[in-house]
Ligand binder design. Structure first.
Ligand code: SF4
Length: 406
């Protein structure tokens, strides 16, 4: 028996060009698409001592040698997720002003499924209204591949097998959520998630190093103007979007085009905040809370009505996704305890690599504007809401196999 979303399943799909979907239906595969997120690329770059660009091209070549048809980077989906999240924040802020008793703020970021599963299971209906409805980059990439790309390739979404490369196992849980099964298209948006550490194992099992793989460039099937390279967004590579949302909120809500992002550490480096003042009054207060201890603290404050924040970037792993539970640890495959000396050193090294990637500026991307017009019937349309947003549910007794490694 092959476990869903395992290396074995992936290798079998490459060889058989067939897969069994989550409803048990066997489907023929016409197109295998791999989407790479930046954190596992950097993890493997550090592991194999390659510059990020070389690691990206080697990964593309490795997947092509296994039988992938397209290898893409996820910058487009990250851009869309940021644009939607910043818009959602401004709307929530205005709604809270209009209805001070409403539960619009703080907006709690939702791109970390470890945190979202914990919130649904442990704090249920109390916390759900605060969690951002904007889909994570992984799931937006899923919609782009299964809906937009499959149509461009004149394929049914079920004929496309979509694999994402991610920094943690929790992303497998996210991909398999009911919310991300599209009834109209009869398929999940992401069929298989493979992590950095699993990729290292796959290479080890073939007695090869990433250095041995042929290089290939990333594919860019989106059309003219679409970003092709792996790029970084503002922030530390944690996987969150607090910096973008803060700057956008400052500009849209207070006309502040030169807001400064100066974080103050609070209890520890994984809990920090940034504020914007106007006329001596604090008008925006954002926090980044990483790791279980800080998240618990935040939720307790919220429950006591003592949270001073308008937005909190919540990530389950200390230091965020660069330190994800399935990133390759220092010294190779032997995972050392995250947060230990080696873990911190590794995160610093990955942050340095992240800072060397070219900077993405989502709002200026012409291609994104085209996507909104051609695919989503415009910004703020019902279709954009249906495709780029999701819902959450309180879980009484977990019907999701939680895999939180805090
Ligand atoms: Fe996964 Fe950790 Fe990133 Fe959350 S913070 S998405 S658990 S790697």
């Amino acid at each position: 028996l092959i476990t869903k979303q395992s290396q074995e399943e992936l290798l079998k799909v490459f060889s058989d060009r067939k897969y069994t979907d989550s409803k048990g239906v066997v489907k023929d595969v016409s197109l295998i698409v791999i989407s790479l997120s930046p954190q596992p690329i950097l993890s493997l770059a550090a592991r194999y001592k390659l510059p990020p660009e070389d690691a990206t091209n080697k990964l593309a070549g490795y997947f092509k040698s296994l039988g992938a048809d397209l290898v893409l980077d996820m910058t487009i989906a990250e851009d869309l997720s940021l644009l939607e999240a910043q818009q959602e924040f401004v709307q929530r802020y205005q709604d809270q002003q209009a209805d001070p008793n409403g539960k619009y703020l703080p907006m709690l970021a939702s791109s970390c499924p470890g945190w979202v599963c914990y919130a649904e299971k442990t704090h249920g209906n109390f916390i759900l209204p605060y969690i951002s409805t904007t889909k994570s980059p992984q799931q937006i990439m899923g919609s782009l591949v299964k809906q937009y790309l499959s149509r461009a390739k004149e394929l049914t979404p079920g004929e496309v097998y979509h694999v994402t490369v991610m920094p943690c196992y929790d992303k497998k849980l996210e991909a398999s959520r009911e919310e991300f099964y599209n009834d109209l298209l009869s398929c999940h948006d992401v069929d298989c998630v493979i992590t950095a550490i699993e990729l290292e194992q796959m290479l080890d099992n073939s007695n090869m190093s990433l250095n041995d793989a042929e290089s290939s460039s990333l594919d860019s099937p989106w059309g003219e103007g679409a970003p092709a390279a792996v790029r970084r967004h503002r922030g530390s590579g944690s996987g969150g979007g607090a910096d973008h949302v803060f700057l956008y909120g400052a500009e849209q809500l207070f006309g502040e085009t030169d807001a400064q992002l100066v974080y103050r550490n609070l209890r520890n480096p994984d809990f920090k905040e940034v504020t914007l003042e106007r006329d001596g009054k604090e008008v925006l207060r954002f926090a980044i809370a990483n790791g279980f201890r800080n998240i618990q603290n935040l939720v307790q404050k919220l429950k006591r009505g003592k949270s001073p924040y308008h937005y909190v970037e919540v990530m389950a792993c200390p230091s965020g996704c660069l330190n994800g539970g399935a990133q390759v640890r220092a010294g190779g495959g032997q995972a050392r305890a995250a947060g230990g000396e080696a873990g911190r050193e590794l995160v610093l090294r990955l942050e340095t690599l992240y800072s060397q990637l070219p900077l993405a500026t989502p709002a200026e991307n012409k291609f994104l504007r085209k996507l909104y017009t051609d695919w989503l019937d415009g910004k703020d349309s019902d279709k954009a809401k249906a495709v780029l947003h999701t819902t959450y549910r309180a879980v009484e007794k977990s019907d999701i196999a939680l895999n939180i490694k805090w």
